[in-house]
Design a protein around this ligand. Structure first.
Ligand code: HEC
Length: 264
């Protein structure tokens, strides 16, 4: 009987200890559950990114591996996508759509598309792909300079003459410029739309296969110096910002006719 009491007593002690422990666990996990889940997801996203994307994309630009580059460094890709899709859901959606079906009309990096050719579509499950996109949005790749370094090269005429482009390309730029002259834009979305139109005009020219050699270099140089501003205009958050970037982009675009023409 004494023994039995002892056993019962001990069991109660053990059980209550266990409960205490469990309570501890629960309170720890409640506080850190979200964090842990986030970290876990980030790590999984990173693993998937390595597995599916890093065959072509380096993380950062590496001058010593320039020749091995077959795609733009992912840090630049993320800069472009965040510049255009600041909201996380929009960002994830855009990356997912892109990987499912890369196409010229969705290209945000026409320079890269021209240089490397269009990315092939990748057959990846949508859940995995979302995790990768999520990881890219949250990852801290470090502060790796501005989107574009200011080019040291200057725009120049071709032996005193303007570079020749297709008439349709020139006309599109003229339309864009007259749109940018509109000093009476009403909503944030008007500014974004204008930015998008400038971007599409620039993209069409950059992806026009007819332009090669010096002419291509010159168009690349022209848009290189304006690309950041176009992206800003496409993603402004209020009218003040919109007005600021409308003016900057307009002033830069006004120089287009100094260097390019469709007339011989
Ligand atoms: C077979 C090589 C290859 C693989 C693998 C690859 N990419 Fe790409 N990716 C490219 C190339 C080349 C470009 C640049 C040309 C372009 O924009 O299409 C690019 C561009 C991109 C862009 C920018 C497109 C734009 O708007 O201009 C995104 C976003 C992107 N890749 C995401 C991914 C993700 C995410 C993965 C992994 C799931 C991945 N890529 C795997 C070759 C690859």
């Amino acid at each position: 009987m004494k023994n039995l009491l002892l056993i019962v007593g001990l069991s109660v002690l053990i059980i209550s200890c266990r409960e205490d422990n469990q309570n501890d666990k629960i309170s720890i996990s409640k506080n850190t559950q979200n964090e842990m889940a986030k970290i876990g997801q980030q790590q999984e996203g990173k693993k998937l990114f390595k597995q599916y994307c890093m065959a072509c994309h380096f993380i950062k630009p590496d001058p010593s591996k320039r020749d091995q580059m077959t795609a733009p460094p992912i840090i630049r890709v993320v800069q472009h996508y965040k510049g255009t899709y600041s909201d996380k859901n929009d960002f994830v959606k855009a990356v997912v759509n892109w990987v499912n079906q890369p196409n010229q009309d969705a290209v945000l990096m026409p320079g890269a598309a021209r240089k490397f050719g269009l990315m092939p579509p990748m057959p990846i499950g949508q859940e995995k792909l979302k995790k990768i996109a999520d990881y890219l949005y949250n990852a801290d790749f470090g502060n790796f300079g501005k989107m574009k370094h200011k080019s040291k090269r200057e725009l120049q005429l071709n032996k005193g003459k303007k570079y020749l482009l297709d008439k349709s390309d020139i006309e599109q730029i003229h339309q864009v410029v007259s749109l940018l002259r509109n000093t009476d834009m009403q909503t944030v979305s008007d500014y974004k739309q204008a930015g998008k139109k400038v971007f599409v005009g620039a993209r069409n020219i950059l992806l026009n296969k007819k332009y090669e050699g010096k002419t291509l270099k010159q168009v690349q140089l022209f848009f290189h110096n304006i690309e950041d501003d176009i992206h800003h205009l496409m993603s402004v958050k209020n009218k003040t910002e919109g007005e600021k970037y409308r003016k900057i982009v307009l002033n830069k675009m006004l120089k287009f006719d100094r260097f390019f023409s469709s007339e011989k």
